[in-house]
Design a protein around this ligand. Structure first.
Ligand code: FNR
Length: 379
């Protein structure tokens, strides 16, 4: 599907190359997680413990990856999760994401903490861009961002609710990572020893959170500020104000899932933030079937946390997701080789899914949703 001019054949390749090319501070920001980083390892290990049952002698010569979610159809069953400050991975990463989303027909999510503006991403990606909201500073400031998204033509809004407070991510603390950057001696040394990244990325304009600019052009984003205003009352208010599709991201409990559904969300995005928030959180993929059972078979569910290849996406679809999202792998691929790296990784994921479907005797994504691939899940 995509052109191969890359050394990226897997997430592990992307990680290895990005590790060499990115300043430590940036690589650690992408790869790091909360506490002792057990949660992120558990997410990945839980996928390894799920097996799929092959089926034979089906005619699987024609297979399609097309699917739809929230009345939008896409050519593939996954998109890219909301991630702040993508332009740290490579220059113009947000624009690259938009171009690839348009070209290959998958959704991307502009984070409130993105290094591109709501309006620019709306222009670049049209209906392929969804907007992700963090409650930040105040209700009025948060709703002002929602108004901007509406004016810029976004139709799908994701409210992320699993960051009442940014967790202690030890790598970021050790590296002195903050936004905007403070140029400490160690940061200076880190950037100086990665001259290619520094010349291309910093000279393209030091990435900063573009959606929190005040009237005087100053950044007013406090990364460590309290975001606990994203409470049930705020969600009810948002439901009244947002005319489009509303997704709630970061739900991991069945009780919360039922409440979110009853209060009128259009979809739940099951995620434990890739272990970046609560280190001892259960693996998201193990919670997914429980949440599917709690909300019923027809309620739309998206999923992320721990997906590292296309086979993992098939597992997530088999365990109850209607659509998957990839996080770290996308940023690592951008950090490794920019547009070539991400194109290659998307290609790998799509090929994985298609080949795995063939092994499972399936021709369409809906076959997976019908649970025919369901197997020995760890519960
Ligand atoms: C994130 N994530 C995230 N989520 C969100 O709702 N808003 C955000 O701004 C961010 N920012 C962010 C930055 C970086 C560098 C990463 C890696 C992640 C979480 C993201 O959407 C997703 O839930 C996780 O990345 C999924 O875990 P894996 O699969 O990447 O391990």
């Amino acid at each position: 599907m995509f052109k191969k001019n890359s050394y990226v054949f897997s997430t592990e390749d992307a990680r290895r190359i990005a590790h060499k090319r990115l300043p430590k501070m940036v690589y650690d920001f992408i790869e790091g997680a909360a506490g002792r980083e057990v949660g992120v390892s558990r997410n990945e290990a839980a996928f390894d413990n799920i097996m799929l049952q092959p089926r034979v002698m089906e005619d699987v010569s024609e297979r399609s990856l097309k699917t739809s979610i929230l009345d939008q159809s896409f050519d593939m069953p996954f998109g890219v999760a909301p991630m702040g400050m993508c332009n740290l991975a490579c220059p113009n990463a947000d624009k690259i994401l938009a171009d690839l989303a348009n070209k290959f027909d998958f959704p991307i999510c502009l984070s409130s903490a993105a290094s591109s503006s709501i309006e620019d991403m709306g222009d670049w990606a049209g209906s392929h861009a969804w907007f992700q909201l963090y409650f930040s500073a105040s209700e009025a400031a948060s709703l002002a961002m929602v108004d901007r998204a509406l004016k810029a033509g976004y139709e799908t809004l994701i409210l992320t609710v699993d960051v009442p407070q940014v967790s202690r991510r030890i790598r970021d603390l050790r590296n002195g990572f903050n936004l905007p950057f403070s140029m400490t001696p160690s940061a200076f040394w880190d950037f100086a020893t990665h001259p290619k990244w520094s010349l291309t990325t910093l000279l393209a304009g030091t990435p900063s959170p573009k959606n929190f600019i005040d009237d005087n052009g100053k950044i007013r984003f406090n990364r460590n500020g309290n975001r606990a205003g994203a409470n049930w009352d705020f969600f009810k208010l948002l439901r009244k104000k947002w005319p489009g599709k509303l997704i709630v991201k970061g739900v991991t409990s069945t009780d919360d899932a039922k409440r979110v559904k009853n209060l009128g969300a259009d979809a739940i995005y099951v995620s434990n933030h890739g272990g970046r928030q609560l280190d001892s959180v259960p693996p998201a993929i193990q919670l997914l079937p429980l949440i599917r059972e709690a909300v019923g078979s027809d309620f739309p569910l998206l999923f992320d946390s721990g997906i590292r290849n296309g086979e993992d996406i098939v597992k997530a679809l088999a365990l109850g997701a209607d659509f998957a999202m990839i996080g770290r792998p996308a940023l690592l691929a951008l950090g490794a080789e920019g547009v070539a790296g991400l194109s290659a990784l998307l290609d790998c994921f799509c090929e994985d899914i298609s080949v795995v479907m063939a092994q499972l005797g399936m021709k369409s994504i809906n076959d997976i949703n019908a649970h025919t691939a369901y197997s020995f899940a760890t519960r």
